[in-house]
Design a binder for this molecule. Sequence first.
Ligand code: NAP
Ligand code: HSE
Length: 434
Amino acid sequence: MAEPLGIALLGCGTVGSGVAHLLLNHAERMTRRAGRPVWLKHVVVRDPAKQRDCELPPGVLTTDLDKVLGDPDVDVVVELAGGTTWARQAALAALATGRDLVTANKALLARHGTEIFAAAHQRGRAVAFEAAVAGGIPIIGAISQGLAGNQISSVQGILNGTCNFILTAMTERGSDYAGTLAEAQRLGYAEADPTLDVDGSDAAHKLAVLVRLAFGMAVSPDDIDRRGIAEIAAIDIRYAVELGYVIKLLAEAWSDGESVALHVSPTLVRKGTPLAETRDAFNAVKVTGDAAGETLFSGAGAGMMPTASAVVADIIDLATGRAQLMFAAQRLWQTDAGQLTVRRSDEVLSRFYLRLTVADRPGVLAEVATLLAMEGISIASVIQHEAPEDAPGQSVVLVAMTHTAKTGRFRAALARINQSDNVREPGVYYPVAD
Ligand code: NAP
Ligand code: HSE
């Protein structure tokens, strides 16, 4: 039997507990798949007195990273702490002391990927990060290996389980936003700071990682246009359903070979399509390549065991040597496609959903249509329900779906519409993915 592979886990929260559970309670399976025993030697945490969701052997839990990195039996450091401060220092220290690195930390990769990957190449080590995007779905392996022969033209996905869990509950059960977010936190889906989930940052971090792999392009998450879900009103969810759509938080990137347009936004997705049918904390990613065509990957996008599944796959790949071979050969995270630029979101073509609260008087619909037409935008359909009989002359809600237009022109039209005396409050709009 080959030498055991020594593992140090940094973090034993939601994901770390799941990984410890798999390594400790399915050791025979791990040995068989890895070709050698996988030995959980250390688990580094902040508070050793805290109750854990897994039972660790005596002497494994510690707060002393230096002591762990001084142990010659540690071959792989698995960073599951989160954040970009201590996690960055620990990841770089692990690589500097000759360890391979596994991480589920998309924020760390999106912000400091270049530094971490350069440090790994310099030391001849590998970084594996299957769990960083889409939880249990092996999307990193799919793009970097399974679709390696393709020129990828687009990546489109539901990449945040927390947001999808909340939007599904609001759409299908009329649940309230705050209560459902608290439930997502209790179930271990949300980030330590759930603002990152609901404001679209977590999806932007994941999109930045996918764009690196799919297009070889370095993009800062700060350069990704994003809107989150906190502002989505129940009325827009209801109108979307009436129109035959559901609202999903989509992360999308399209390349035309010269530039890449990318954004994270609540988007109307037509009911019955695979993305619309992706419910709860599930994720789905659609990748389009010139040879494979459209491919769709779906599965649990967050939570203890689905994420642990991806982390343990990386550990097994390191044990067998597969991960080191791929990492060295692919030179991932090298900016070899530096000629690609970020396309301004104003240039992106889309249809739009627009909800206006307007005065219930003659000529209002014509005025809205005219202001849209001035930017070359035509209306595809309109919903306006009658004002309640006891409130004549009051405001009414006008919902319009447009035909395809440039985002910049749509925004320009909306700015004019918002200035009209007939419009009671700023219009609410979302792109529509057909
Ligand atoms: P979590 O439940 O908050 O656990 C974090 C763990 O890291 C805790 O055990 C904590 O120790 C430890 N830790 C944090 N800062 C530390 C420090 N400075 N020194 C020592 N230990 C420290 O987080 P999680 O949900 O497992 O997420 C971990 C990582 O996986 C994050 O990068 C997250 O984005 C990513 N991820 C999570 C999911 C998911 O569904 N949850 C899915 C995919 C990826 P204490 O327990 O002592 O506080
Ligand atoms: N907070 C993340 C989500 C965890 O909800 O998708 C998985 O990356």
